[in-house]
Design a protein around this ligand. Structure first.
Ligand SMILES: [Zn+2]
Ligand SMILES: [Zn+2]
Length: 429
């Protein structure tokens, strides 16, 4: 208990110092006085919601005084953000929020760094099985780790959503797009545009369906049979037909083994797969050079093509946390504040900055989420989690660690491991 007190005190003091030093550069979100704010403090599990701030100075005072573990503001605008009753808040519209977080989709490297530990039989392993493979217990402690590869996949997803959907298909102006690294395992997009602010939850659901490609009707996109010949998706169009055609061309230019894996994954049989692979080159030739749009492949009727296109749409569709975009009362992390699970800063980025941005090794100091980077301050910790995967941060690899390990790490790594709750300080702060 004493150690825990000391740990919390250390993190509160560290966060306070950060907010004091950075008050002058804390970003101010648009329509600031109309946003609802929410905070999670270190010693309480309840979230303080329904707070409003007249100006950035009063917010800074609050951050310096209470150094919260997590800081959020609303995507919505309210006449009275401080009134708890949602009906009396005076709702005036909501920005379109898109959350891209590797917590919500599979990345291959997770099989290496994410793991589990069984509280019943004490077995441990990698990956994310639904139950303990040894004893069947559902009481698994899950360890999901931050990783450069995952974050790069999330970043590519953001770029794809922007350049393949939001900008070309919705005509969104680049200047209305706010991008932020979340401080943990993903990115947020906020579209600040009057047209989007007026949308109902139902309309937002339709946008989400469009972005993810769920419930696509391939016949509407041009797929049809005439006199026993299958004709493919319309060419030279915008929207989903174009996205699917582009991905088909990409896939068919990959090695046969990759294509075979894809066809197996979508549930096709061996003879169908062989037939497809045999005729793939002729098909690709017709696909890229002919306006006939003849998609006939022996053994591939229109239903097979629908299965194929469903699989393609899942490759292309945006991997987003859907409820976040649909719910008009959602809160998102406030830019420039610290994420209590990592001690990393929520970093706003422009579209141009996003391309080369690596949150775990940022080139530009002013855009570095790792704000406690002090190589000269070493801190002694004891690992309290069964196992801690390796972390590659700023070019150095820390870990993997096991329970009971005594380690000495620079301050930013200590803050990170303490926030992740996998270590405790050996020094009394
Ligand atoms: Zn078990
Ligand atoms: Zn990863």
């Amino acid at each position: 208990m004493k150690k825990n007190m000391s740990l919390t005190r250390f993190l509160i003091r560290t966060f306070k110092d950060y907010y004091k030093k950075n008050a002058a550069v804390l970003p101010k979100v648009s329509n600031f006085p109309k946003r609802e704010f929410a905070f999670l403090l270190w010693d309480k599990s309840v979230m303080f919601r329904h707070m409003g701030f007249e100006n950035i100075d009063t917010l800074n005072d609050y951050l310096i005084n209470s150094a919260p573990k997590h800081v959020y503001s609303s995507g919505s605008l309210y006449a009275h953000p401080e009134i708890p009753d949602m009906d009396k808040k005076g709702y005036e519209g909501c920005d379109l929020i898109i959350d891209i977080d590797v917590d919500h989709f599979y990345t291959p490297c997770k099989d290496d760094h994410d793991g589990w530990y069984c509280n019943s039989c004490f077995k441990r392993g990698k990956g994310m099985p639904p139950a303990c493979p040894e004893c069947g217990s559902l009481k698994l402690k899950r360890i999901s780790w931050i990783c450069e590869k995952c974050l790069n996949i999330a970043k590519k997803e953001v770029i794809k959503i922007l350049y393949d959907s939001l900008i070309p298909d919705f005509g969104i102006d680049e200047t209305s797009v706010m991008i932020a690294f979340s401080g943990h395992r993903g990115y947020h997009l906020k579209i600040e545009d009057d047209i989007f602010r007026e949308l109902s939850s139902d309309a937002r659901r339709e946008i989400v369906d469009y972005l993810t490609g769920d419930n696509l009707n391939f016949e509407i996109l041009g797929l049809k049979t005439r006199s026993g010949i299958v004709y493919g998706l319309s060419q030279n169009s915008i929207g989903w037909a174009k996205k699917l055609n582009k991905e088909i061309e990409y896939l068919l230019n990959q090695p046969d083994l990759d294509i075979e894996h894809f066809l197996l994954d979508i549930g096709l049989k061996k003879n169908q797969i062989n037939s497809f692979l045999n005729q793939k080159d002729i098909f690709l030739e017709r696909f890229t050079n002919s306006e006939l749009n003849d998609w006939s492949i022996e053994g591939f009727d229109i239903n097979k093509w629908k299965i194929f296109l469903k699989g393609i749409s899942e490759r292309v569709g945006a991997k987003i946390d859907e409820p976040v975009s649909i719910d008009i009362h959602r809160l998102i992390r406030y830019p420039g504040t610290l994420h209590g699970k990592t001690g990393f800063k929520v970093q706003e980025l422009s579209l141009q900055e996003l391309e080369d941005f690596n949150p775990l090794d940022a080139a530009d100091k002013s855009h570095d989420p790792i704000v406690f980077d002090q190589q000269d301050i070493d801190i002694n910790l004891e690992i309290v989690e069964e196992f801690v995967p390796a972390s590659k941060i700023k070019g150095f690899t820390y870990g993997p660690y096991n329970k009971g390990d005594n380690i000495t790490v620079p301050k930013h790594i200590a803050v990170y491991l303490l926030c992740k709750e996998v270590a405790k300080p050996l020094t009394i702060f």
